[in-house]
Write a protein that binds this ligand. Structure first.
Ligand SMILES: [Mg+2]
Length: 370
């Protein structure tokens, strides 16, 4: 389940005058800052989250910039996750507006949401695995209906046999969609998609694959060579993913240990303005990832690499867990200035956080209200 343009949709719901308008949630374009979310109307202009607000303002001059109201989005997230938990399915929230659900057990028995589960119709000619997937349709429809009726927001749901495919299915017909990928069709479904859409293929891996002439997942399926020469130990899983095979279990407790962000500069630099801007956007990146995973951090770390590749890091641990970008930024600046580490030009600068834990009270609340 993936909410549609979540932050922007909450704003449009709470302020009806914003309905149908290009809403951009983030800092105003006149300030240094980034876009946290954009409504579909704004996305038509090319506005994307994590883009500098100034760029968004240029792309979409009529865009209405709205300051993020994280507390409202978090409260909304709790309400939506409670609707999902009410199905009786096993639930892995992956971000503030996204969750995996495993409905295998609940579809075999009685769903608190649907009552007696409808048994798969006799006239299905599909394999048993596909029958099970079709039997999840009423549940998916009910989830979407509930979210709309109770929260006045739309969600997109993907149904498939594993996390990899369910995620792709939930991205497929956005907004307000429902997509089912059958076992029979999964290989064909994947074929035309770009390699980047596979879980685990980030910018670097994508470039390696593109350089080798592998543009689509179909290219990966057909590749006669040894993928290990291209992507090392990821080869086996990548090949499995390309054929829609994924045995990753639902993670019911969060196992994330650290989060970091770093930048390698085009030219080594000791320019305070450039370094501060880089740190600030990294801190925002880290804070966003904390937010997505509903975590707070007790340790902030900076990493530096000088022109001669000497690399060092410094860290500080604080008593109160941090969640905010500006706090992470402030501690990172402190670590750099404390030992005058920027004594010569840097090739790389990075910020990370560790000692992660749920911000006080929040996780408990999610489950207690069910
Ligand atoms: Mg979403």
């Amino acid at each position: 389940m993936d909410m549609d343009a979540f932050f922007a949709s909450v704003e449009q719901r709470d302020r009806p005058e914003l309905k149908g308008k290009p809403v951009i949630v983030g800092s105003p374009p006149s300030q240094r800052g980034v876009v946290s979310a954009a409504s579909y109307e704004a996305r038509k202009f090319g506005v994307r989250s994590a883009m500098p607000s100034a760029t968004a303002g240029r792309l979409c001059p009529k865009g209405i910039f709205v300051r993020p109201r994280m507390e409202s989005y978090k409260a909304e997230s709790v309400a939506i996750m409670n609707i999902l938990a009410g199905t009786g399915a096993r639930l892995e929230p992956v971000s503030i507006d996204e969750a995996y659900m495993d409905a295998t057990e609940v579809l075999r028995g009685i769903s608190p949401m649907l009552g007696q589960s409808p048994t798969a119709a006799e006239n299905f000619t599909e394999t048993d695995a596909d029958k099970a997937l079709y039997s999840a349709l009423p549940l998916a429809r009910e989830i979407r209906r509930r979210i709309f009726a109770e929260r006045h927001l739309t969600a997109t749901v993907g149904i498939a046999s594993n996390k990899l495919l369910a995620k792709l299915a939930s991205d497929f017909q956005k907004p307000n969609g429902l997509t089912l990928i059958t076992e029979r069709d999964k290989v064909a479904f994947l074929r035309p998609l770009p390699v980047r859409s596979l879980h685990g293929v980030g910018r670097v891996t994508e470039q390696v694959l593109l350089d080798a002439g592998l543009l689509t997942i179909g290219d990966l399926q057909d590749y006669p060579g040894d993928l290990r020469a291209l992507v090392g130990s990821f080869a086996r899983q990548l090949k499995d993913f390309a054929f829609g095979e994924d045995d990753r279990p639902l993670e019911l407790d969060n196992t994330l240990k650290s989060i970091s962000s770093e930048e390698t500069f085009l030219k080594d630099t000791a320019d305070r303005g450039i370094l501060r801007a880089s740190l600030r956007s990294q801190a925002e990146d880290v804070a966003r990832k904390l937010e997505r995973n509903r975590l707070a951090a007790k340790t902030v770390q900076v990493k530096l690499r000088y022109g001669d590749f000497t690399t060092l890091s410094r860290q500080i641990t604080v008593e109160e867990p941090l969640t905010e970008a500006r706090e992470i930024y402030r501690f990172a600046c402190f670590l750099l200035s404390r030992e005058r580490l920027v004594s010569r030009p840097l090739r790389l600068l990075g910020v990370g956080v560790s000692h992660l834990d749920a911000p006080e009270g929040r996780q408990l609340r999610l489950w207690r209200e069910v």
